[in-house]
Design a protein around this ligand. Sequence first.
Ligand SMILES: NC(=O)c1ccc[n+]([C@@H]2O[C@H](COP(=O)([O-])OP(=O)(O)OC[C@H]3O[C@@H](n4cnc5c(N)ncnc54)[C@H](OP(=O)(O)O)[C@@H]3O)[C@@H](O)[C@H]2O)c1
Length: 296
Amino acid sequence: MDTKPVTIPKLLYGTAWKKDATADLVLLALKAGFRGIDTAAQPRHYKEPLVGAAVKSAISSGIVKRSDLFIQTKFTSIDGQDPDNLPYDLDEPLEKQVHASVASSLRNFAYSDSDPSYIDSLVLHSPLRTLEDTITVWKTFETYVPHQIRQLGISNTPIQIVDYLCNSSDITVRPAYVQNRFYPATRWERDLRAFCRERGIVFQTFWTLSGNPHLLKSAPVQKLATSTNVEPPVALYALVLGLEGTTVLDGTTNETHMKDDLQGIEVVNDFARSEEGRPVWSELLGQFKKLIGEKA
Ligand SMILES: NC(=O)c1ccc[n+]([C@@H]2O[C@H](COP(=O)([O-])OP(=O)(O)OC[C@H]3O[C@@H](n4cnc5c(N)ncnc54)[C@H](OP(=O)(O)O)[C@@H]3O)[C@@H](O)[C@H]2O)c1
């Protein structure tokens, strides 16, 4: 089995809060061209079995090949779960909780008896209450890499935990992804993103639109939207991608937005590389970086 990690797409389709519409929306997203999916073994907010069913349907109808997809799920500790709807037994030790959660995720993404199930990225949804427990979970994650789980990540995390996972000698598999909010309260995670960039860790942003209404109205976003004939949300996504080392989580429920987002970021990309567009892009990206206090 080839265990080489697939390149993470620029936009990941986010599957939170879609309830019973999850399968239809994921299938729509795959048809629109999304090749990355973010979900979680957290039934309170995500319907992972329906995500798996949609992916299975897309594969069996020839829309995508499994090898072209980046599938990411999460292990969520009890603090983020509905205690009455858990993918593990809370009376079991933490390692066993992780094994049960991962086993249920692998089952949700199993497509045929001949192809062993695998997940491209397993993210720890949030550090646990103690560093010791966080390490226990991470060490359990490591036992699956690279065959059943290709890469590991962590979400809702302060920089200190990422630093620990990157530098401590008891950690064997370093994080490949960090998934955090992108919004003013954390200064758009300027320091953590710089830390990640230096180490080749991809920073996955969420709340990119909902956490930034003022950025959507800002001059660089508005000017980029007009210059490239895309909608402001697409221009904002493109500028966030322009920060480098970033991937954006996009959970739109609207088919037109799905298509416009995927096409729009490529339109902006082409513009940014064109002779006429390059100086405009460079100027607007500079203004955007200034707005979010990005270090030069
Ligand atoms: N790790 C974590 O703790 C965590 C927490 C939250 C989210 N996430 C992940 O991130 C994903 C995204 O969540 P999010 O909170 O960032 O927001 P989101 O679910 O992507 O919501 C975006 C909002 O903006 C609207 N919108 C308007 N124009 C749009 C456009 N062109 N493209 C996309 N949306 C547009 C959408 O409405 P329409 O539906 O009408 O387009 C929607 O209401 C989730 O599904 C989940 O996978 C992770």
